[in-house]
Ligand binder design. Sequence first.
Ligand code: NAP
Length: 309
Amino acid sequence: MADIHNVVIIGSGPAGLTAAIYLARANLKPVVIAGLEFGGQLMNTTEVENFPGFPEGIMGPELMQKMLKQAERFGAEIKFINADKVDFSSDEKKVYSGEQVFNARSIVLATGASPKKLNLESESKYWGKGVSSCATCDGAFYKGKVVAVVGGGDSAMEEALFLTRFASKVYVIHRRNEFRASQIMQDRVLKHEKIEPIWDSEVVEVLGNENIVTGLRLKNIQTSKESELSVDGMFLGIGHIPTTSFLQGSVDLDEQGYIKVSDNTHTNIEGVFVAGDVHDHKYRQAITAAGMGCMAALDVEKWLESKGY
Ligand code: NAP
């Protein structure tokens, strides 16, 4: 008979790994389905300046490596595979990864969210050839070039500021006439000599030449007038989509696809808990995700105990 794990955690960002640290320290031997690429969104971040305990800042990937090590130190079993299906229809929950099945008494869903796209045909055509959602991954390719960032939130501001290290000019294209980002980030962007905002505008087409981006066709939302902007690359910073499609209706989601909670971190399914950005679309910080990972772990512990396990 297959092993029954006390708890399987799906996801290995700050939420999943914090849950793993707590559950491993509680001697519950958690299994973490970490994904083929572990670590979540911080793996695509440069310097993290707002995670307490690192007064000089820390690089995102380094922070995640430290969390992974900490979870492993207490005995969490990390599997670098993707979960592609779940079955929560009986007390013995199942998580599938290809041919492998993990049976568990309880589950923590911590799969996070991924960057949103504009859904333009030309965006797909030039994806990876001048269109990107990760300035920290691809910014260095734009030394001395002109780039555009789309969006008006903190992600867009962060990308624009990061790109100034390489690019000669950075446009920030936003669909309204004011940013949604925090004041400090807005101020840094608006004061930067290399950055120019383009207000009330949306990208309607990515223009290119064989395999390279040469510009963008923009539409002014107020006047409906279209114009062309010469750029060598476009970076998206327009928000996120929760990673919940593999759940295929097994737990209740809200209208945007984020996992709902019924009681603290408990979902509508007995023994299935949630933590981090796959639930929280409001705060979305590494520290809040880690905090919720801790809450989910404590809730799992109590729940297992209440069931006599
Ligand atoms: P966000 O705050 O939801 O901002 C998304 C931005 O993209 C908005 O300005 C939105 O425009 C625009 N947008 C959305 N869909 C669009 C579309 N289809 N076409 C054009 N523009 C579109 O997302 P975020 O910037 O990823 O931030 C998410 C959360 O993470 C926030 O709470 C943020 O504070 C946090 N965050 C924090 C940091 C940090 O502290 N260092 C860094 C990154 C993110 P509208 O404004 O018109 O809706």
